[in-house]
Design a protein around this ligand. Structure first.
Ligand code: ADP
Ligand code: MG
Length: 271
């Protein structure tokens, strides 16, 4: 952790405007006779516009937690409230509708369709929302500009580097303008320089759009980009830290890594 950052360390650092609220969450897997307490009584809140990192070693329960938060798996016990809505008791159809309306995912395996260009991949989720082709292409174009891929719109996944593919994956997650974005080890397959770039992009995205980003990682350094750091071990929260960095960040790095997709500017850095 960078030591110039001021930290407010406590286990109940409550946000003013909470977007995600988790109470007493348990997930117990049964493996034959054995029970694995993947989540063992977890409670926390994440505020609107926060970039939150959930950090822990392998097997600590990070992916289980993220999958519960996103409504992909049902908890054994406990409450999950997203945007004021309880999701723990929703059925699959309700969850699908809820996710479509509020949630975006950035995966480690970019999961791009190989026969489609970058632009087509990014535009695809908009067609599920019934948005017309012209508008789809316009929004996908802007989003690719925003992640610095203006020269790669017509490339197919195999014609791009891992880092570029991950940016396409990110653009595809963001193009639907979700309130909450979940990312599970999103830079797991990327080199450290590209990973850092991704972190800057993610930081800027949530700042500019007021979106909430929840990223799971085992990497302390990557976690240090977040506003809130929640440490998890053996299915329990070790600490919940709000990082106060407004002064130092502004002085350190100008906010130029990212173009606002709703503005008509197109120059953004490319790698
Ligand atoms: P992390 O993402 O932090 O590496 P996970 O959330 O994947 O950890 O796993 C937490 C614990 O739960 C581990 O002990 C793992 O073996 C166990 N676990 C995860 N998924 C399942 C499952 N579907 N069935 C049984 N055990 C599981
Ligand atoms: Mg995992």
């Amino acid at each position: 952790m960078d030591n110039h950052l001021e930290m407010t360390e406590n286990t109940s650092s409550k946000p003013k405007d909470s977007v995600i609220s988790v109470k007493n969450l348990y997930k117990i897997y049964k493996l034959g006779e054995e029970r694995v307490r993947a989540l063992n009584g977890v409670s926390f809140e994440i505020g609107r516009g926060e970039f939150c990192a959930i950090v822990g070693t392998s097997g600590s329960g990070k992916s289980t937690l993220l999958n519960m938060l996103a409504g992909l798996e049902k908890p054994t016990k406990g409450e999950i409230v997203l945007e004021g809505t309880h999701i723990e008791n929703k059925n699959e159809n309700q969850l699908v509708a809820f996710r479509r309306q509020h949630i975006g995912f950035i995966f480690q395996a970019y999961d791009l369709l190989p026969s489609l260009t970058a632009l087509e991949n990014v535009a695809l989720p908009l067609s599920f929302q019934g948005i017309r082709r012209k508008e789809r292409n316009m929004r996908a174009n802007k989003m690719l500009d925003m992640v610095g891929l203006e020269k790669y719109k017509k490339h197919k996944p195999t014609q791009m580097s891992g880092g570029q593919q991950q940016r396409v994956g990110m653009a595809r997650a963001l193009v639907v303008r979700p309130d909450i974005i979940f990312a599970d080890e999103p830079t797991g397959n990327l080199d450290s320089v590209t990973s850092e770039e991704m972190m800057h992009l993610m930081q800027n995205v949530v700042r500019k759009k007021g979106q909430t980003l929840v990223m799971v990682t085992h990497d302390d350094h990557l976690a240090s980009y977040a506003d809130r750091i929640i440490r998890i071990q053996d299915g329990k929260i070790l600490s919940n830290t709000l990082v106060q960095r407004e002064e130092t960040e502004k002085a350190k790095k100008p906010d130029d890594a990212l173009q606002d997709p709703d503005e008509e500017k197109t120059v953004a850095p490319t790698t």
